[in-house]
Design a protein around this ligand. Structure first.
Ligand code: ADP
Ligand code: C5P
Ligand code: MG
Length: 212
């Protein structure tokens, strides 16, 4: 069976990087300047977790606290539903890159595990490329502890962060490496300030994003 969405109409960019590398921050800017819809897998999972009649609430909360990857069928169906809803919402809108089945998405924090990558590309939509934000653990730890002062997230504490770093190295980096092998990764150094990182990302978008 072919993938559900046609990549010649639906542009998907995966945004990957360690916890605290700046994915959410940079995606917010890209939304404003390129007309992307930003789908953060983590945000969608947190939303599902707090939905009162969700059957997955406690399972998601446990996985997030321990920095573990939620089983892919849950995350993929949240993403798939969000893609469909946004294509519908903007089908007749005059948003750049949208209308008549066209759209563009930043999928942030996904795929975090090899099975998610394979299943999503086979059954939902193939991605144009992966934007990979590179940052040291030392810097990410500093940023996350600072974010934790106000985020209210159950995983922005030293113990959870340590687990998230381990999952990132063991489970998520192999995904980046697999995309790198097929020439689909654009890497940006995200150690610098937000404006400088964004300037590098803009160059990547100009060079790599295919606008239909
Ligand atoms: P991610 O989505 O990759 O986990 P965020 O975008 O939420 O990361 O950023 C983590 C924290 O670091 C936030 O508090 C954010 O404001 C801050 N931050 C993001 N990018 C930078 C940067 N380039 N320099 C300094 N702080 C940053
Ligand atoms: O990207 P973010 O830091 O918001 O992700 C928070 C948590 O959500 C992850 O540590 C993980 O537990 C879960 N998650 C997941 N699968 C993804 C993205 C996030 O299980 N693809
Ligand atoms: Mg984030």
């Amino acid at each position: 069976m072919p993938a559900e969405f046609d990549p010649s109409k639906v542009a998907i960019v995966f945004v990957l990087g360690g916890p605290g590398s700046g994915k959410g921050t940079q995606c917010a800017r890209l939304v404003k300047e390129y007309g992307f819809v930003h789908l953060s897998a983590g945000d969608l999972l947190r939303e599902e977790q707090s939905r009162p009649d969700s059957q997955y609430g406690s399972m998601i909360a446990e996985h997030i606290r321990d920095g573990k990857i939620v089983p892919m069928h849950v995350t993929i169906s949240l993403l798939r539903n969000a893609i469909e809803a946004n294509l519908k919402k903007y089908d007749n809108a005059s948003r750049p890159g949208w209308g008549h089945g066209h759209g563009r998405f930043l999928i942030d924090g996904f795929p975090r595990k090899m099975d998610q990558a394979i299943e999503f590309e086979e059954s939902v939509c193939s991605a144009q490329f992966v934007l990979f934000l590179h940052c040291t653990e030392e810097m990410m730890l500093k940023r996350l502890l600072h974010r934790g002062e106000t985020s209210g997230r159950i995983d922005d504490n030293a113990e959870s962060i340590k687990k998230r770093f381990r999952t990132f190295e063991e489970t998520s980096m192999p995904v980046v490496d697999a995309f790198r092998k097929v020439g689909k990764v654009a890497e940006v150094d995200s150690m610098r300030d937000v404006d400088n990182v964004y300037a590098e990302i803009e160059k990547v978008m100009e060079a790599k994003l295919i606008q239909h």
